[in-house]
Design a protein around this ligand. Structure first.
Ligand SMILES: *[C@@H]1O[C@H](CO)[C@@H](O)[C@H](O)[C@H]1NC(C)=O
Ligand SMILES: *[C@@H]1O[C@H](CO)[C@@H](O)[C@H](O)[C@H]1NC(C)=O
Ligand SMILES: *[C@@H]1O[C@H](CO)[C@@H](O)[C@H](O)[C@H]1NC(C)=O
Ligand SMILES: *[C@@H]1O[C@H](CO)[C@@H](O)[C@H](O)[C@H]1NC(C)=O
Ligand SMILES: *[C@@H]1O[C@H](CO)[C@@H](O)[C@H](O)[C@H]1NC(C)=O
Ligand SMILES: *[C@@H]1O[C@H](CO)[C@@H](O)[C@H](O)[C@H]1NC(C)=O
Ligand SMILES: *[C@@H]1O[C@H](CO)[C@@H](O)[C@H](O)[C@H]1NC(C)=O
Ligand SMILES: *[C@@H]1O[C@H](CO)[C@@H](O)[C@H](O)[C@H]1NC(C)=O
Length: 552
């Protein structure tokens, strides 16, 4: 792979502006005692602080994160959600996929170029760990922002849910696949979110959903949201009164303080449990609300609530890309995925694509692709990771049938995809015909699929690597709702990995060469592949009794 300096230079010439910089973070991952929702508990923080710090860089910069695992009793890793990792597929971060999980007492360096501006986030992609705290905002600034000059200040608004009793979900007795229900909703990780609001000023709000399960509905009293970006992609300004932010999604919108404004304006965030909000007979529960304020006059009380009778969020599948880019007119490879809940051999509840649940293998999938020579185009060698091999340059169409009564947010690593069609709830499965698709579709990295319906996505396979496609409800990831795109494997054969990444494997005794089972002689020999999902979930580590954890 070319050295990062070369990549920076390439982006520099694109941006046509000041020299690309290197932004470095030296981070110890540590346990921290915190009370995000008023109940104390151990959380995973950075440099003994929680909430975790925001990352910030300018498009074209090289970002370096020196990550030191000081947890003592858990492995970890970091994924940079929405960063495409062009030419750095080994820096994407999911454990067991593009690296070995980082053992306690070890360090690893992530180094990559931020190729696109926008609002992103970073989080652990190891063992369902980010709901325990290891996540933070990641803003990539844009000197050529088309909305530059249209706003005066910017603010980050993160929303999340807090959940405790996860283990209950992953037992054979949970025959209805009940997810753990959040105990609370937090905004800015419990730090509050009042925004000083001055007449004549416009504010850019970057909202990000860090939740493990719930979506967030948001509404501002008497003020319209002018949405300008979804998942790091500029869109033509879109007015909205209600906005739904699914887990892992981000939106940037502008809010203006008009001359006639006076006093303080509440805004409401409601936690949405992914039921069908478009169905008036469906029983919706809005059990967790947060009210923040646009504060114009600090001497006045902040007590007026914002009340919404019925949530009717704007349809984000109809957003228009800012650059007018057309949909890819056809595709070379179809990835059709039927999602249903299912049971494994031991009767444990799982999630399946095409009747198969994702099972982590011994060798990280990218390491198998890099070390099995010509065999790496054969999906069999990767084991039950729901592999899809695509050729370099192919246009790939993903069709996802959501055969479930809830909405699910699906995320693709390594790419932003076009959303050609996202029909209403209850539409049923994809009819197998390609018609009436959006001509200039929105482009993003996470899409909420409606209940009992489907979505049609397209992307161009121009980024060799191994990229996950998964539901971003973290409990469903734990249950195996993941597929793997093996992209341009012929271009991965000479990939080499940094010594510290290999050391993470060596230190934990994880094989890092050969097929899914570490067979370096015969890649098609499936002996040793993991075919039964684990019956204990090592990632689920919270005390489960009540919510009053004793502070150590
Ligand atoms: C908001 O305004 C208050 C009072 O006018 C001030 O004390 C506070 O520092 C301001 N906050 C920010 C983030 O600017
Ligand atoms: C709406 O919800 C009701 C009650 O849950 C259900 O019976 C009906 O099938 C739903 N309609 C659609 C279009 O999904
Ligand atoms: C949350 O807000 C919604 C919408 O205004 C309301 O219907 C619901 O009753 C509220 N929930 C609680 C627990 O206050
Ligand atoms: C997109 O199209 C509109 C009109 O259709 C045009 O005004 C605008 O300049 C175009 N934007 C870009 C970035 O090409
Ligand atoms: C999944 O299993 C069902 C029932 O056994 C079968 O009808 C269906 O064709 C299978 N789907 C796929 C994609 O294999
Ligand atoms: C990979 O290495 C082999 C052997 O050293 C060489 O023949 C081949 O051209 C290389 N492939 C790429 C894509 O660089
Ligand atoms: C590789 O393993 C497969 C499956 O066990 C077997 O059929 C094949 O003969 C083996 N190939 C070699 C070269 O040993
Ligand atoms: C790991 O250590 C932390 C901090 O001491 C503790 O809260 C947590 O329960 C431990 N987890 C496990 C799985 O032992």
């Amino acid at each position: 792979m070319p050295p990062p300096a070369v990549l920076s230079f390439a982006c520099l010439s694109l941006a046509g502006i000041a020299r690309a910089a290197t932004v470095t973070y030296n981070w110890d991952v540590t346990w921290v005692w915190a009370s995000p929702d008023g109940f104390g508990r151990p959380v995973i923080g950075i440099n003994n602080q929680w909430p975790c710090p925001a990352m910030e860089a300018t498009v074209g910069d090289t970002v370096v994160v020196n990550l030191n695992n000081k947890l003592g009793n858990q492995t970890t890793g970091l994924h940079f959600h929405g960063i495409n990792q062009l030419q750095t597929p080994d820096m994407d971060g999911p454990s067991g996929v593009t690296q070995c999980a980082l053992p306690p007492g070890s360090s690893v360096k992530y180094q990559f170029t931020v190729d696109a501006p926008g609002t992103y986030w970073y989080h652990s992609h190891s063992m369902g760990q980010y709901p325990d705290g290891l996540r933070g905002p990641f803003v990539v600034q844009d000197p050529n922002d088309p909305y530059k000059g249209k706003y005066d200040e910017e603010h980050i608004l993160t929303v999340s849910d807090c959940i405790t009793a996860v283990r209950n979900m992953l037992t054979p007795s949970n025959s209805r696949f009940q997810p753990p229900i959040p105990d609370s909703l937090t905004v800015n990780d419990g730090q509050g979110s009042h925004i000083n609001f001055t007449k004549g000023k416009t504010y850019r709000i970057r909202i990000m959903n860090f939740a493990a399960f719930g979506a967030a509905m948001i509404h501002f009293d008497s003020h319209t949201m002018n949405i300008i970006m979804n998942d790091g992609q500029y869109i033509k300004k879109q007015d909205a009164y209600h906005l739904r932010v699914a887990p892992a999604q981000r939106y940037d919108f502008l809010i203006s303080a008009a001359d006639r404004d006076s006093g303080n304006y509440p805004f409401l965030v409601s936690l949405d449990l992914n039921r069908d909000w478009t169905n008036s007979t469906e029983e919706m529960t809005w059990g967790h609300n947060y009210t923040g304020y646009l504060v114009m006059d600090a001497s006045q009380p902040l007590d007026k609530p914002d009340v919404v009778d019925r949530w009717q969020p704007v349809d984000d599948a109809h957003f228009q890309p800012y650059d007018n880019a057309s949909a890819y007119s056809s595709y070379d490879k179809l990835m059709k995925l039927d999602f249903k809940f299912c049971l494994d051999q031991n009767g444990y509840p799982r999630s399946c694509f095409n009747n198969l649940t994702y099972i982590n293998q011994q060798v990280p999938t990218l390491y198998s692709a890099a070390t099995t020579g010509d065999s790496n185009t054969n999906p069999t060698i990767y084991g039950q990771v729901n592999p899809f091999v695509v050729k370099y340059g192919d246009t790939v169409q993903i069709v996802l049938n959501n055969i479930d009564a809830a909405s699910h947010p699906f995320h693709l690593h390594g790419h932003h995809f076009q959303v050609l069609d996202r029909p209403a709830s209850g539409t049923g499965e994809w009819p197998g015909r390609d018609e009436n698709y959006a001509a200039t579709p929105p482009v993003r990295d996470t899409i909420a699929v409606m209940p009992n319906s489907y979505v049609v996505l397209r992307f161009r396979a121009d980024n060799p690597g191994v990229w996950l496609f998964h539901c971003h409800i973290e409990w469903h990831v734990e249950m195996g709702l993941t597929a793997t795109v093996i992209e341009a494997p012929d271009r991965l054969r000479n990939l080499t990995f940094p010594a510290d990444h290999i050391d993470a494997c060596k230190k934990s005794g994880t094989p890092y060469q050969g097929n899914a089972a570490g067979n370096t002689q015969n890649a098609t020999d499936t002996a040793g592949f993991v075919t039964v999902p684990p019956t204990t979930y090592i990632g689920i580590r919270l005390p489960l009794k009540g919510r009053n954890f004793p502070q150590p």
